[in-house]
Design a protein around this ligand. Structure first.
Ligand SMILES: [Zn+2]
Ligand SMILES: [Zn+2]
Length: 441
């Protein structure tokens, strides 16, 4: 049998996903994709705006040779550009709507004494470099604006996707609780099982962590994920929900279940890596919008943006399987059907790292319910917002316990189905090179 490394050596993975030295960040012309966000209040301006970019000469040349998509996404040079100020973008996107992907052509040059307006990152785990970004032209929104032809975008086929066997074996195992891991500014959670009094992941929901300007929020002593063969449900394709795959590429050995990746270079590039390995099941529109097993309910969220159209996960446990923990990813609560249907929950990991809420709807807590928050200590967004915590208080939730805020890091939060919420530190009881086992409590 061929091993993962035979089929997919490191050299076949785009350099953007490597954790080594970033090397030189290419300068010149880029095609830049930007997802139009929900309108935001004034006080949030001042945050950088992120563009997923492909080096234009690479795209033009490779498209010309009609290279097949997997190889194309492996070869094309990728960068993230972070613009200090968003006004230049919103003045130029015509009547595009939230969730639309718009394309620009930009020129990146080294920063000079008087001219710099953003950062360039040559890898997701790159600390970045100050540059000058010049807008050359607005190309249009997705289909008209994309310089990359349609067959390079992974789309998924409703008749052939989502293999239920991926989750089958795990849905009948008995679980012990839900862990929210300290991965800095990002998210990674797991349904945990018990073995000899210790707890281990049996299913991951996201394997993200701090990236780019929040790179340093990732705990330095985080040794890895284990075991490597349990399924991963990806809530949505934002970098901070899967970036640990760059740190720990063994995560590529897992089966992934994910919503459709948006037509943006970096998110598509990872989706083609997983597809090339035969590890990606996509859940796309046209398939049943919910998936229920004994231990979980997966729901396709009903919004338009990447955050609001992903997978919301409810995990079930306890003696009669009636305890429920909601993991909404970054979705607005009003786009989660079971929340809209007034379902009640015993536990919740607050949506979007406690960032700005775009709706008044808050999930309904059961008596004694507990709240958690996956957030990086000292993150640049200032998550969690106090207004968001207060809105949860008003909705009947206690103050959430955040990851990475107590004692030595990583400091995870663990909600056993039977028992109080715990803050637990990194100490794999079996001395694995991992940071996600929880010793007996
Ligand atoms: Zn996020
Ligand atoms: Zn997100």
């Amino acid at each position: 049998m061929s091993t993962l490394d035979d089929r997919f050596p490191d050299s076949n993975r785009n350099r953007f996903f490597s954790s080594g030295e970033p090397g030189e960040r290419p300068k010149g012309r880029f095609y830049a994709a930007f997802e139009v966000a929900e309108p935001i209040e004034n006080e949030e301006r001042g945050e950088p705006v992120y563009l997923e970019c492909a080096f234009a000469d690479d795209v033009d040349q490779l498209v010309d040779t009609q290279m097949e998509p997997g190889r194309f996404w492996n070869k094309v040079s990728l960068s993230v550009l972070a613009l200090d100020d968003e006004s230049g973008i919103y003045a130029n996107i015509g009547n595009s709507e939230p969730g639309d992907i718009v394309w620009f052509e930009v020129v990146v040059s080294p920063a000079t004494v008087n001219e710099d307006n953003g950062m360039q990152y040559g890898q997701l785990l790159d600390a970045g470099e100050r540059v000058h970004i010049h807008f050359r032209k607005f190309r249009g929104s997705t289909s008209q604006g994309s310089p990359i032809p349609p067959h390079y975008w992974l789309k998924g086929n409703p008749d052939r996707e989502l293999n239920p066997n991926v989750l089958g074996g795990y849905s009948s195992m008995k679980s012990a609780g839900v862990a929210v891991f300290d991965v800095g500014q990002g998210a990674s959670q797991a349904l945990m099982y018990e073995d000899s009094g210790h707890f281990f992941p049996m299913l991951y929901v996201d394997v993200g962590g701090g990236v780019l300007q929040n790179l340093s929020t990732f705990p330095k002593n985080f040794k890895g994920f284990c075991p490597h063969d349990v399924p991963i449900i990806l809530s949505h394709w934002d970098w901070d929900h899967w970036s640990s795959v760059c740190r720990f590429p063994d995560l590529l050995k897992s089966d992934w279940i994910a919503p459709l990746p948006p037509p943006k270079p970096i998110q598509q590039s990872l989706s083609w890596i997983l597809r090339g390995l035969g590890r990606l099941s996509l859940w796309v529109r046209g398939m049943p919008p919910t998936y229920r097993t004994k231990s979980m309910l997966l729901e396709l969220c009903t919004g338009k943006t990447t955050n609001d159209s992903g997978i919301a996960v409810t995990l079930f446990g306890g003696a009669r399987g009636t305890k429920r923990c909601l993991l909404p990813g970054d979705a607005g609560y009003r786009y989660i059907p079971s929340v809209v249907a007034n379902e009640r929950f015993n536990a919740l990991s607050i949506t979007h790292h406690g960032g700005r809420l775009h709706s008044k709807q808050i999930p309904i807590p059961k008596r004694g319910a507990r709240a958690m928050c996956s957030v990086g200590s000292g993150n640049s967004y200032k998550h969690p917002f106090w207004e968001t915590i207060d809105a949860h208080h008003d909705g009947g939730w206690p103050t959430p316990i955040s990851t990475g805020h107590y004692g030595s890091r990583p400091s995870h939060v663990f909600q056993p189905w039977n028992g109080p919420l715990r803050v637990v530190s990194d100490a794999c009881p079996f001395a694995h090179p991992c940071s996600v086992g929880i010793p007996s409590i």
